[in-house]
Ligand binder design. Structure first.
Ligand SMILES: [Cu+2]
Length: 312
């Protein structure tokens, strides 16, 4: 086997190994006490967090698409350079060529990059339309950035409007994450289109949840919109990613996506709390999840009893 073929195969092997190690292909999530998978950054993560919404899936696809095009371009240019350096080195080619123009090559190096740009432009335009399509949501949440906390107002659920602060490090419970877990997470249903209406009460902030493909500036006096549809129940973390002052790092975002029935139970209680002037109690969704699990277990129990009777 030629030396160059060997190196080529080695490079392809390394690329295949890297693709196999892609975190999205082997995504296992730690779970919190209520059994919800936790979508948070992991140590030594080198790719995006596994995509959990249609927009983030498109972003992931686009990233890989452009990466492979870039890989081809780099390979071609590096290959050409290496070829020229070796073939036309001074020792074997003492009299330099005086060629200055070659119409065919010039047409190729103008047209080929233009075609590549079109190939990239079409899906990226498509993504802009996908991201802008925030019509007909199941629900809309007004998200306001403040120095330095988030405020979530459920439009259409009277009075459900609360603030969200990180849990101080010395009060963290097992399963909670320093600088990411909050006292009042934003609770939404999974598998429904949710629109965030994003604004700010003071300076520029940014509402950013990487695994959901959500990132929008929060600008005083303006509303910017972004939608998401979360694939499955779970806890999704993000943070303010626009430097907004001294405690910028104190603005984590915690989103709890619940199955629809649990979300409706949560919203009913949150509305009742709001009517009495209270915010939803800390992590009430966990209590609801445990109640739902206990109910499911009690329904399953008679079948177990029947099954064991039948076997006797
Ligand atoms: Cu901020």
């Amino acid at each position: 086997m030629k030396q160059s073929t060997k190196y080529g195969l080695l490079a392809l092997g390394l690329i295949a190994a890297a693709a196999a190690a892609h975190p999205a292909l082997a995504a296992t999530f730690p779970k919190n006490s209520a059994g919800f998978p936790i979508h948070a950054p992991q140590p030594w993560e080198w790719w995006f967090q596994p995509a959990s919404s249609p927009i983030q899936k498109s972003i992931d696809w686009m990233m890989q698409f452009v990466l492979w095009i870039m890989f081809g371009v780099v390979l071609l240019v590096a290959g050409l350079l290496a070829y020229i350096v070796v073939k036309f080195r001074a020792s074997v080619h003492p009299v330099p060529s005086t060629t200055t123009h070659n119409t065919l090559i010039e047409v190729i190096w103008t047209v080929a990059p233009a075609l590549l740009l079109i190939v990239i432009f079409v899906p990226s335009l498509n993504m802009i339309f996908q991201q802008s399509d925030y019509k007909h949501p199941y629900m809309t949440v007004k998200v306001t950035g403040h120095q330095w906390y988030w405020e979530y107002q459920y439009l259409g659920a009277k009075g459900v409007d609360f603030t969200s602060y990180p849990i101080p490090p010395n009060q963290l419970k097992p399963g909670e994450i320093k600088q990411l877990s909050v006292d009042h997470p934003l609770v939404v249903p999974a598998n429904q289109k949710i629109v965030f209406q994003i604004t700010s009460g003071d300076v520029l902030h940014s509402f950013f949840i990487p695994s959901l493909g959500v990132q929008r500036y929060a600008i005083p006096g303006q509303y910017w919109h972004q939608w998401t549809k979360i694939d499955a129940p779970g806890i999704y973390y993000g943070e303010c990613n626009q430097i907004c002052g001294m405690n910028h790092d104190n603005m984590p975002i915690e989103i709890v996506a619940l199955p629809m029935a649990q979300f409706q139970a949560w919203l009913t209680e949150a509305k009742a709390d709001a009517a009495q002037g209270d915010v939803p109690p800390v992590h009430k969704y966990e209590v609801l999840a445990e109640a739902a699990a206990a109910k499911a277990a009690s329904i399953a129990q008679p079948h177990l009893a029947l099954a064991s009777n039948a076997s006797n």
